[in-house]
Ligand binder design. Sequence first.
Ligand code: KG4
Ligand code: ZN
Length: 345
Amino acid sequence: MITLGIETSCDETAVALLRDGKEILTNVLYSQVDLHARYGGVVPELASRDHLKKLPYLVEEALKEAGIGWGEVGLVGATYGPGLIGPLVVGVSYAKGLCVALELPFVGVHHLAAHLFAHRLSRPDVPPPFLGLIVSGGHTELVVVRDWDDFHVIGTTRDDAAGEALDKLGRLVGLGYPAGPAIDSLARKGDPAAIPFPRPMLGEGFDMSFAGLKTAAVRWLKDHPHPDLADLCASYLEAIVDVLVDKAIRAARIYELQRIVVVGGVAANSRLREVFPGRAAERGMEVFFPPKELCTDNAAMVAACAHFLFTERGYRDPLTLSPEANLSLDGWGKAAVPEEPDVGG
Ligand code: KG4
Ligand code: ZN
């Protein structure tokens, strides 16, 4: 069973072919970063148009790279939310078009659930239950994952996502967009204790807040116009890492979960990957990170989620399924797919 996965929720056009829900035959990606770099963030209209331009070629490239013919594809899965509505419309419409033309089943995938499925791809031997920490450019969520279709969101950011906080620091000091990878490498040369940035909402419930951190950095930069960038990045990153690690460990303890799974673009961060396992081990917990290329947006994770819902739950979506920019993860999976699907004739 080969699943074609499509991801276009933000600024990466991604296509993957996955055999039997576990073997990645190809996982190709076209990043739009150069297109958006000069604006310091993603421009939705430009993103939509570029997805439209690149997606058909990327699908062809994926098939060629994997040596797969259309006749061998058995399922199409595409991200239908959350994300930018224009880019989502492009991916979903293209996927539905393929399903009509090739008479294939279609499964709409939640982008954040897909991030969690990156863990299923890398560690199929470590199934739920676990605490999921999803840290990306648009989201920061603590999720109790009881099963692969049983998601309960217990905490989220009240304002900026962790990745967004990093990208905003990057914009302040001219590191380009997205700034996560540059901050990651600069921070390795700096002192994480050099600047005492606040740890917002530490010890208060499971929600988080990172907007104040950017304000603290703006203030600090006013007094220090020629900063040591390595120390600044290391200290700022440390504040984010401290909050994420503390909240996740507390949540896992209270929900009696021994495993924490960290996914999303920020899960590629070296400092987070370095300090988290040790701190969790002090509490008798284990932490898992997918390989870095599966942390950032990709379509293999989308295909993995679609494959699971279709083969193990018998789900498929009607071709009337519409993209949803603000699709919630809470309860998604069981509720996502209608009981008596209309397969669109
Ligand atoms: O999951 P993702 O690829 O896209 C979204 O769904 O948002 O995450 C992108 C975010 C960006 O904010 C980027 O700066 C951050 O992940 N990021 C990193 C690293 N690589 C990407 N943050 C810290 N360290 C990294 N190595
Ligand atoms: Zn993402």
